[in-house]
Design a protein around this ligand. Structure first.
Ligand code: NAP
Length: 313
């Protein structure tokens, strides 16, 4: 079994993890970022990052993610492609076990594991996943050019992705269970005015039908209980996400399962910091994830100085 020491171990290489890595390495900390997928996290799925400062919207999410990775590595952060199996703490040391049983030790850990999409758990959803049911417009939208697409959800994701899909086809139906959008007002208004998007409020998806591929859906109009079948070629579901906190079961969380931190991104476990979508926060953006990463790295650096008795007073 291999054992390695680091100053700070960051779990997850999305916008939060990569920014934390950049800031920690720039502060001369021996920094390791562990990521089981490609670096970039959910930013990889963004078509145009139009609300990140500095005109990065000229880049695809993939290009932006690659820039973040390159910048973190340029400052000296080491990215290890592996899945963390467990995080344990003894005294002031965290033991982070990787898939190959390597154990990494550090006094500070930043958890930036993000969140995974939520499913509707309705008949046909699982069965037709990958055959018309999708949770990623950038990945799967191009398969449904000029086809009829149903989008489910009422938040920023549903509205953003609905607009992306409406560039591929003139036939997008967007259903939401309430009578108005949860999404940011400007985005919601763009959807409502969009000629290619047929918005249906008070509507619930009951079933997705099809054989080899999606052929239709059963929708309930909630206010009058009317149930009808609509022919569609694809169903894109954007109904929020579930924070990925399995590695830290004992840390304090809110009722939605997100990790509670103070303004320095410190969690209830000393030495453990949280950043990005895994953290309880009223507003989730790439820019807030990046900011979280920077703040968490700074706080981790201060925490390590305090442990060493080197903190600036
Ligand atoms: P969200 O804000 O949690 O919205 C989820 C939507 O799905 C809500 O409208 C919710 O309805 C609906 N929903 C939840 N469970 C449902 C169910 N079982 N059946 C039907 N509908 C259901 O999630 P999100 O849109 O994925 O956004 C997540 C975070 O990322 C947010 O903080 C958002 O601001 C951010 N984000 C930002 C951008 C951007 O700035 N461009 C883009 C994407 C995401 P209710 O409203 O009734 O609860």
């Amino acid at each position: 079994m291999n054992t390695f020491d680091a100053d700070v171990i960051i779990v997850g290489a999305g916008a939060a993890g990569l920014t934390a890595g950049q800031y920690a390495a720039r502060a001369n900390l021996n920094t390791v970022i562990i990521e089981q997928m490609a670096p970039g996290g959910q930013a990889l799925l963004i078509d145009k990052l139009e609300n990140y400062p500095g005109n990065v919207s000229r880049k695809t999410g993939m290009e932006f993610a690659d820039d973040m990775r390159e910048q973190a590595e340029a400052f000296g952060a080491r990215i290890i492609p592996d899945a963390v199996q467990s995080i344990k703490k003894e005294d002031h040391t965290f033991f982070v076990t990787l898939g190959d049983d390597t154990i990494m030790k550090s006094p500070a850990v930043i958890i930036a594991t993000g969140a995974k999409h939520k499913g509707l758990n309705i008949p046909g959803e699982k069965e037709l996943y990958g055959r018309g049911v999708s949770y990623c417009a950038v990945c799967d939208g191009p398969f449904f050019k000029n086809k009829k697409i149903l989008v489910v959800g009422g938040g920023d994701s549903a509205c953003d992705e609905g607009i992306f899909l409406s560039n591929l086809t003139e036939k997008v139906i967007l259903i939401h269970r309430k009578d108005r959008f949860r999404a940011q007002r400007g985005l919601a208004e763009r959807v409502l005015k969009h000629q290619h998007i047929d918005v249906r409020f008070n509507s619930r998806l009951l079933e997705i039908k099809g054989g080899q591929k999606v052929s239709s859906v059963i929708i309930e109009h909630i206010s009058d209980g009317k149930i009808y079948e609509e022919e569609v070629d694809a169903v894109f579901i954007f109904i929020g996400s579930v924070p990925q906190t399995d590695l830290v079961p004992d840390v304090d969380k809110d009722e939605g399962g997100c990790i509670i931190t103070d303004e320095s991104r410190r969690t209830s476990i000393p030495g453990l910091f949280a950043a990005g979508d895994v953290r309880a926060s009223p507003f989730r953006q790439v820019v807030t994830a990046a900011a979280d990463g920077a703040v968490a790295a700074h706080a981790a650096s201060q925490y390590i100085d305090e442990l060493k008795g080197e903190a600036y007073r």
